[in-house]
Design a protein around this ligand. Structure first.
Ligand code: FAD
Length: 334
């Protein structure tokens, strides 16, 4: 995958006067989803000479790589960091580090284990923005029916229930057995509490604790120590079980009680501002036994990808997006 943008930026295209939600007539491929999987698929297809349009319902790129402002603080509220194992992802991250978009944060929490943990320099969305450079990405576009977005091929990278809804609308559902297997896919939710502080929290170096067996918070990080925020600001991730059990409670109730529970990690710092975020599709509970899935061969191939196919991590989404793009290229070239 090339790290060098080869096309005009989305903002350069914005002045074209076209309806941004409708791909140009000459789009070869429509990619649904501007998370890691979709952006990597789009880059790979674009580098292979295809005209690609990426559509995402969100306000910006990144999907579960998500960074937001809270007062003067910047806070990652989805993925907190990523590790690198495969050669392809390593090449991409080396280029992102060289461009200043990604940096190593630490080598573990508590006891360092030697594996680098990477973060986007300006927050995790920064990595997504780097992947998106030069691509034709149209945000604020919720895809329901693929027929509204004509193309020679499609890559769908939304979480499985959302991709299945698109396939159902488009009456392009795979055969009933396969549709049942895909419909059986479930996801675990995560509640996230974001808090901007007036001073540093009580978190050990490197500014975070990872505690998979804790009954309430699996991960707590100071975005200031991480280098994402100029001001101290903490992210608390709530366990899947508690997130599921308390999902329907109002934001203000959850915020007050979770902040109170988080007190020991805040130390003497005062909360200046706080917000509750909800990830309904935080992590797939199972992983499809292949990197991608071709749900339709012709006339216009449709390939499914995302972290449900190669593991519920940033690297899994990356590898799946890459594999889906290669699978689609093989079919478009045939
Ligand atoms: C709370 C949390 C913590 C995490 N922590 C880590 C971590 O520390 N390390 C790690 O490696 N991974 C972590 N992950 C997992 C990681 O974020 C994901 O595996 C990865 O980002 C998934 O990328 P993706 O491209 O497959 O999907 P997504 O990022 O979900 O992208 C899918 C995109 O599709 C769009 N979309 C959906 N439906 C439509 C539609 N109808 N029309 C148009 N667009 C649509 C969405 O808006 C979204 O942008 C975490 C995730 C969460 C939620």
């Amino acid at each position: 995958m090339s790290a060098v943008p080869s096309e005009r930026s989305p903002s350069e295209r914005a002045g074209s006067g076209r309806d941004p939600s409708v791909p140009s007539d000459d789009a070869d491929v429509v990619v649904v989803g501007a998370g890691v999987a979709g952006l990597v698929a789009a880059r790979t297809l674009s580098d292979a000479g295809r005209r690609v349009v990426v559509l995402d319902k969100g306000r910006g790129v990144g999907g579960r790589l998500a960074t937001r402002r809270l007062g003067e603080a910047r806070i990652d509220h989805g993925a907190q960091f990523f590790t690198v194992r495969s050669d392809a992802f390593e090449r991409c991250i080396d280029a992102a580090v060289a461009d200043g978009a990604v940096a190593e944060w630490c080598r573990g929490f508590g006891q360092a284990d030697g594996f680098p943990r990477f973060v986007g320099r300006d927050g995790m969305t920064g990595f997504a923005k780097w992947l998106a450079r030069g691509l034709d990405v149209r945000t604020g576009v919720r895809v329901t029916d693929l027929a509204d977005h004509p193309a020679a091929g499609y890559v769908l990278t939304a979480p499985m229930p959302q991709s299945l809804a698109i396939l159902a609308w488009s009456t392009r559902l795979p055969d009933p057995d396969l549709a049942d297997r895909l419909a059986a896919f479930t996801y675990e939710p995560v509640l996230a509490v974001l808090a901007a502080l007036d001073g540093p929290p009580a978190l050990p170096s490197p500014g975070a604790v990872q505690q998979p067996d804790h009954p309430l918070f699996t991960f707590i990080a100071d975005n200031g120590a991480k280098g994402v925020s100029g001001r101290p600001a903490v992210t608390f991730h709530v366990t899947n079980a508690v997130s599921r059990a308390r999902w329907d409670e109002p934001d203000e109730v959850l915020l007050a009680s979770l902040l109170a529970e988080g007190g020991p990690w805040l130390g003497d710092a005062r909360v200046l501002d706080a917000q509750l975020m909800r990830w309904r599709y935080a992590a797939p509970t199972t992983v499809w036994p292949a990197t991608h899935l071709v749900v339709r061969e012709r006339p216009e191939p449709i390939v499914l990808a995302g972290d449900a196919f190669d593991g519920p991590k940033v690297e899994g989404a990356f590898c799946s997006g890459l594999a889906a793009a290669e699978a689609l290229l093989g079919r478009l070239d045939a």
